[in-house]
Design a protein around this ligand. Sequence first.
Ligand SMILES: Nc1ncnc2c1ncn2[C@@H]1O[C@H](COP(=O)(O)OP(=O)(O)OP(=O)(O)O)[C@@H](O)[C@H]1O
Length: 313
Amino acid sequence: MIEARGLTRRYGNKVAVDDLSFSVRPGRVTGFLGPNGAGKSTTMRMILGLDRPTSGTVRVNGQAYHELDQPLRRIGALLDAKWVHPNRSARAHLRWLARTNRLPDRRVDEVLEAVGLAAVANRPAGGFSLGMSQRLGIATALLGDPEILMFDEPVNGLDPEGIRWIRGFMRDLAAQGRTVFVSSHLLSEMAQTAEDLVVIGRGKLISQCTTAEFIDNASESLVRVRTPQAEELRAALARADAEVRVEVETGALLVSGVTTQLVGEVAAAGGVVLHELAVERASLEQAFMRLTDDAVEYQTTALPAPELVTAGR
Ligand SMILES: Nc1ncnc2c1ncn2[C@@H]1O[C@H](COP(=O)(O)OP(=O)(O)OP(=O)(O)O)[C@@H](O)[C@H]1O
């Protein structure tokens, strides 16, 4: 269990993490989701005692990190896969960590086996691909056989096979009853991995819920209509209190807050010919960006949001 209460971290005038409270439960993969710069890495560093909160607390099984006896046995983390000394072999790296943390040598071979690195264990880690480095980072996190595991953007830059392996591995760890907390800036990635979500933007909590609930709330259903009498239909729908937008690229009308049935009936009553009438679900990533829009730190000005013209209600 990880519990943050009023967790806040300021760097000068910048509030990187802002009064964040959330809990991460055992036996599930919990995604830590937020756009770039939202404060995910800072929060994870505070959980590990690598950064100090300006105010608030974060506890690992009821204790602050520095109070933990043998912390590697309680919580294992992958924050940066490339921190291993390049001339050191995977096995030597893990042995060194095991010995300095009073962990048995046999754990080294167990974790190398678990992440599929046994065959390359004596090769210098400097020559490892990103995927292999990630596996070594995960082996390092597993060394103390901890109940809690934390991974910062573990699939960034990996090929599809590496991504598939990491997703499956995280789910297996959760199925063993462990607490698995994993960050990402992509909702689509989290949707395939995590059962629960902690969503943040600009350091603040946006939502804590199941992934299914978040997706349901986030994705807006739209009705897409194509008609040669767009103006008449727009006016009729506005009278029916629907919100109508025109998709500039294709000229189709996107109607929110209505069913296809209602649009069909309004069109029929107004004598409007329809060429297309369909339900369109906003993509998850669009929905996520809309929810966290105010919270995106580095908004691009060169590429404006998709041009949708809103007509009166
Ligand atoms: N040591 C630091 N000094 C000053 N500002 C910092 C420091 N560490 C982080 N920040 C700022 O705090 C904010 C949150 O950063 P953080 O790296 O935690 O976000 P993130 O959600 O992990 O983003 P990303 O996905 O881009 O890594 C950013 O504005 C960042 O510039």
